[in-house]
Design a protein around this ligand. Structure first.
Ligand code: OGA
Ligand code: NI
Length: 345
């Protein structure tokens, strides 16, 4: 059946004004072609196909009007020690209070950020058949393309993205700068996190959210946390990212030229869509090498303390994190000692 139209849009008056608006039904099979394909092939789409509608408690309500810290990283350049320490403190507090912050004067060329967003847009503009060559449901595949809510397959082919190599290099340098500042803010050696990551890995998620006729009935990306240590996200100038702060969803307002940084696990976030504009975002996660054992930092536990998390190999953790069963809750709970969920291990 056709999905139930929202009454305001479906009123006969609206139909007279927009005589060529379309209601469509999407099969599971067509779904794999993605929402961009749907929107491109259905001009004047009037309502959200029921396949994409979320149960109403999960639908977005207006976000609260708070904003996350915007931190100027030029303070870390070493020219002024006092300012450097203040910036480290600022990063430390943002991590503690929010786990999310925006950074400016971060050292990544603005032109490269723009080029990267453009390259991702070009990739998504390829015909479905071309993109589908990269489709996979194996979360450990290095290069994957996919679609839909809560899909594990959303990583696009870097092979096609000629700017990605340069971009990831500069983003990696930023990740190390931040890792140094965070280590120091915790009273650890500056290179503690960097050394713990070993060779490390970068995981890139390129997201494309076309305009949606009924943004109140769905989400671009459902609530989840990222599995890396540090996610560094760039977006075009369309807002959509929301983060969970206490019980509230807080909208991140885009500040041109900045990245949104988050600390990975335990920090839920989601993406809302809008009626008018396509939103593109590129999230680069930074984690340890696949075979590294992840455990609480020894110096922070001390002699008398007790670790609260079971050590786990990072690639096993990634599998838990990416599994659709646990995704949306926090996968950290599954390795919490004395926690009562070990469901996905
Ligand atoms: C992600 C993500 C949010 C966004 O890719 O992990 O959370 O703003 N994206 O697109
Ligand atoms: Ni995310």
């Amino acid at each position: 059946s056709l999905c139930a139209p929202v009454s305001a849009i479906a009123s006969s008056a609206t139909k007279v004004i927009f005589p060529d608006r379309k209601y469509v039904q999407v099969s599971q099979n067509e779904r794999t072609k993605g929402v961009k394909h749907l929107v491109d092939s259905t001009p004047n789409l009037v309502s959200l196909p029921s396949l994409y509608a979320l149960p109403s408690p999960n639908c977005p309500k207006p976000a609260t009007n708070t904003s996350i810290p915007v931190i100027d990283l030029s303070g870390l350049d070493g020219s002024d020690d006092q300012r450097r320490l203040l910036t480290i403190k600022e990063i430390g507090s943002a991590c503690e209070e929010w786990g999310f912050f925006q950074v400016k004067n971060h050292g990544v060329r603005i032109s490269l950020m723009e080029e990267m967003v453009k390259a991702v847009e070009e990739f998504f503009n390829l015909p479905f058949e071309e993109k589908n060559k990269y489709a996979s449901n194996d979360v450990m595949d290095p290069v994957r393309y996919g679609t839909g809510l809560n899909t594990p397959a959303k990583h696009t082919p870097l092979l096609l993205l000629h700017v990605a190599r340069k971009y990831l290099e500069e983003v990696y340098a930023l990740a190390l700068t931040l890792a140094g500042a965070i280590s120091e803010s915790l009273g650890l050696n500056k290179d503690y996190i960097e050394i713990s990551l070993g060779q490390g890995c970068q995981i890139v998620a390129n997201n494309y959210y076309p305009p949606c006729p009924e943004p109140d009935r769905t989400l671009g990306i459902t609530p989840h946390s990222d599995h890396g240590g540090l996610t560094i996200l760039v977006q075009n100038d369309v807002d959509g990212l929301q983060i969970k702060h206490g019980e509230d969803w807080v909208a991140v307002r885009h500040v041109p030229g900045t990245f949104v940084v988050n600390l990975g696990d335990y920090l839920e976030h989601r993406g809302v869509v809008n009626k008018e504009k396509t939103r593109i975002s590129i999230a680069v996660g930074h984690g340890p090498e696949q075979t590294a054992t992840v455990a609480p930092a020894a110096p922070l536990i001390g002699d008398k303390g007790r670790a609260q998390f079971t050590p786990i190999m990072y690639k096993d953790y990634m599998k838990i994190q990416q599994s659709s069963v646990v995704r949306g809750k926090t996968p950290l709970e599954s390795i919490l000692i004395n926690g009562d969920t070990m469901s996905a291990v």
